[in-house]
Design a protein around this ligand. Structure first.
Ligand code: HEM
Length: 174
């Protein structure tokens, strides 16, 4: 029963997170880049992606660690089987993609709020209220330009994660 709950929570979290990252890169970033989208709209979308990253950033490693404990004991199975390597790749891709989303949104926030520290950013993210009292510049195009490499790279890693998950689901042999 717990195993089923862990699989469902894990797959749901992975689907929501990778889907959100891909949607932002495909549908939101281009409209912010060409200035069609308002700055507040873009900041709100980026902040929501960050919040999804943080919530799933708890759910994925917790459920993933449980699945490792369940399916990959002794731990040598992680380094001694192809499925184990796929799980290690999943863990690594998760870590790098998390860092990219965090850094991309931090760079956006520092464009409007250069003095924001790590503590404040970790507590708040980039809520749309952080724009209060800021003038017209920087606009959405400028914010999109600083976030673009991070958001595109995270979308690329999301694709790799989905391929990795599909290989595991498709049953690559041990
Ligand atoms: C902390 C990071 C992660 C760890 C430790 C982890 C670990 C695991 C483990 C141990 C399994 C079971 C593999 C098996 O059935 O042999 C699994 C399955 C799965 N993971 Fe992750 N995972 C992580 C992150 C992610 C992320 C970011 C995604 C996003 C796509 C994801 C999607 C999936 C999916 C869809 C499956 C089901 C594959 C199947 O049918 O077996 N995981 N994960």
């Amino acid at each position: 029963m717990l195993r089923t709950v862990a699989f469902v929570a894990h797959v749901l979290s992975g689907a929501v997170w990778t889907g959100a990252a891909l949607f932002v890169a495909y549908a939101v970033l281009p409209r912010a880049t060409d200035g069609t989208m308002s700055r507040a709209g873009f900041v709100d979308a980026a902040h929501r992606l960050l919040m999804i990253t943080r919530w799933t950033g708890v759910a994925l490693p917790v459920t993933g660690a449980y699945l490792v404990w369940l399916l990959y004991r002794p731990l040598e199975l992680l380094t001694g089987t192809s499925r184990g390597w796929a799980v290690l790749a999943m863990l690594s891709l998760w870590g790098v993609m998390n860092g990219l989303v965090e850094l991309g949104v931090l760079r956006m926030r520092r464009e409007v709020d250069p003095d924001v520290g790590w503590g404040e950013y970790m507590a708040e993210g980039f809520p749309v209220e952080a724009l209060d009292g800021i003038g017209a510049a920087p606009g959405s195009a400028r914010l999109a330009a600083v976030a673009r490499p991070y958001l595109l790279a995270s979308a690329g890693l999301a694709v790799l994660l989905l391929v990795d998950a599909a290989l595991l689901a498709g049953g690559i042999p041990a």
